[in-house]
Design a binder for this molecule. Structure first.
Ligand code: COA
Ligand code: ZN
Length: 307
């Protein structure tokens, strides 16, 4: 059975929407702690406009300060050529281009329609040539848009095709505001896996309507082995109304571990890092397993009551 590849997005998708700026040193400590838990990759930050995403305005400092570990790819979100140049200057392993599948979310989030993003991506792919940096692209609102509603599957497939023609090497299908359901996810995943069997597809779910894990399971059953997830279920796009946290990494890892699916992640180590989040972000997280314990947790029987 193929080992899953978990991409931890809490330092980016998680921290971008927090009410308080997390100090740079604390971000670095979080990423360093996550880097020794067996995760395949960590999305460390984003090289976006500091006006658009003030919480991640310390992107260069973070990437330069973190300890690098063989086998853990450092990836960063990039919306335009300027972001790409900043990322390359810091020596990242991967860049994750971001665009929307829907016009409205593209305009709200990036001030670009999908067509405009694609034009810019051509220059970005050219800029990365020869750098050895892996180029992934994330397609926001692939399963529905909070402004427009349904995003037709054919539109998503057409955009994937255009991205691959441009030279993008991997594609992440994102359910930005938790609108996807498992039947829809299964259909789209089966289609992309069949049509582009050599392309690494990643699925990115938000648990906004409680369907995150069910969607991940449906994607896995359709042949997907790469997942974005966020420690403690932190996360959300500040430019998507109603956005809430990603599918929670430790809950996802726990589910697959219980099913006998190898994620490469040391769940106890991951839970220990998750337990530090409330202090870091100043509030409880939505993680379930960190509170309930793993399903092999046992309790002593209550003391016998004499009658
Ligand atoms: N890094 C740093 N600064 C950047 C930048 C980048 N990648 N891209 C643009 N800027 C700066 C420009 O220098 C300019 O600064 P100024 O006002 O001081 O002159 C300002 O941002 C606006 O630049 P412009 O090219 O007009 O961009 P824009 O205002 O159309 O914004 C984006 C476009 C993509 C840069 C911006 O919308 C963005 O960063 N969005 C990120 C959204 C995001 O990450 N959402 C959550 C993840 S899904
Ligand atoms: Zn997201």
């Amino acid at each position: 059975m193929t080992r899953l590849q978990i991409n931890e997005v809490a330092p980016r998708d998680g921290l971008q929407i927090e009410a308080e700026f997390v100090p740079t040193a604390a971000k670095v400590a979080l990423i360093d702690a996550l880097s020794v838990t067996g995760l395949a990759r960590i999305e460390a930050t984003s090289f976006t406009s500091p006006k658009a995403i003030p919480n991640l305005s310390d992107a260069e400092e973070v990437v330069r300060a973190i300890k690098r570990h063989p086998g853990v790819a450092v990836t960063v979100l990039v919306p335009n050529l300027r972001g790409c140049e900043r990322a390359l200057a810091c020596g990242v392993d991967e860049i994750n281009l971001v665009m929307s599948a829907s016009d409205s979310h593209g305009l709200a989030n990036l001030r670009m329609r999908p067509e405009q993003s694609l034009v810019r991506f051509a220059d970005i792919v050219a800029a990365t040539r020869g750098s050895g940096v892996f180029v992934n692209a994330s397609l926001s609102t692939s399963f529905g848009c909070p402004f427009e509603g349904e995003v037709p599957e054919l539109r998503v497939l057409g955009l994937v095709e255009r991205l691959l023609e441009l030279g993008v090497e991997g594609v992440t299908l994102c359910d930005t505001t938790g609108m996807a359901n498992p039947a829809q996810v299964g259909r789209l995943c089966e289609t992309v896996v069949k049509r582009w069997p050599e392309t690494p597809f990643t699925l990115h779910f938000h648990n906004t309507r409680g369907m995150g894990l069910a969607n991940a399971l449906a994607a896995w059953q359709a042949g997907i082995v790469r997942f974005d997830a966020s420690l403690g279920g932190l996360g959300g796009c500040p430019y998507a109304p109603g956005a809430t946290g990603n599918v929670c990494t430790e809950d996802l890892v726990h589910m697959f571990a219980q099913m006998g699916v190898d994620t490469g992640v040391d769940l106890d180590a991951l839970l220990a890092v998750s337990a530090t989040l409330p202090q870091l972000v100043g509030h409880e997280t939505s993680g379930q397993v960190v509170k309930a314990g793993k399903s092999d947790r046992r309790y002593p029987m209550p003391a016998r009551q004499e009658t």
